[in-house]
Design a binder for this molecule. Structure first.
Ligand code: IMP
Ligand code: MG
Length: 181
């Protein structure tokens, strides 16, 4: 079973649900009267995006972009490659970038800089998970679900080598799965 690869559950399904609801309420307050465009960074944020957008009680548009910052390992390569760019014109839009996890911050630092040159009214970041210990880029999320320790996590969209995204909770992989210490 998929569960067998998990050492421990870090954030349960119930905790995820509660947090997403409260983030949605906060965003609903903050974006009233604005031109909200939610941008999901594929693939890790799809589940968070799908749940968060339904917790927001405002008209909004969505778009997706795909970047790659990791290969099949667990450490950042430092290289951000745009695999799929946004389709929507960003002029006057209040962008909310939806991310699964803020680790070194290199990926989002690059993306926010690139998108802010396209006539956006504002850009904010909503991340489900935050690993501040590992930050090397100057970036603080505007909305953050859970601050977690420096451990490699999977589930609720997050993968290891493209697997485990469909776990309904956030868990820590057994070290033997990725050959770690
Ligand atoms: P950053 O540029 O180092 O902030 O990398 C962020 C991206 O790395 C995230 O969007 C994830 O795709 C991936 N990532 C970082 N930490 C983890 C983790 O613990 N589990 C799974 N993916 C991770
Ligand atoms: Mg990601």
């Amino acid at each position: 079973m998929l569960n067998d690869a998990i050492e421990k559950v870090l954030v349960s399904e119930e905790e995820l649900k509660e947090k997403v609801t409260s983030l949605g309420q906060q965003i609903t307050k903050d974006y009233a009267g604005k031109n909200l465009l939610m941008v999901s960074v594929l693939k890790g944020s799809v589940i968070f995006m799908a749940d968060l957008m339904r917790a927001i009680d405002l008209p909004c548009t969505i778009d997706f972009m795909c970047v790659s910052s990791y290969g099949s390992g667990t450490k950042s390569s430092g290289v951000v490659k745009i695999i799929k760019d946004l389709d929507i014109d960003l002029h006057g839009k209040d962008l909310l970038i939806v991310e699964d996890i803020l680790d070194s911050g290199k990926t989002l630092h690059y993306i926010t800089k690139m998108l802010s040159d396209r006539g956006t009214a504002s850009i904010r970041i909503a991340t489900l998970l935050d690993k501040p210990e590992r930050r090397t880029a100057p970036l603080t999320p505007d909305y953050s679900g859970f601050v977690i320790p420096d451990e490699f996590v999977v589930g609720y969209g997050l993968d290891y080598d493209e697997k485990y995204r469909n776990l309904p909770y956030i868990g820590v992989l057994k070290p033997e799965i990725y050959g770690g210490k």
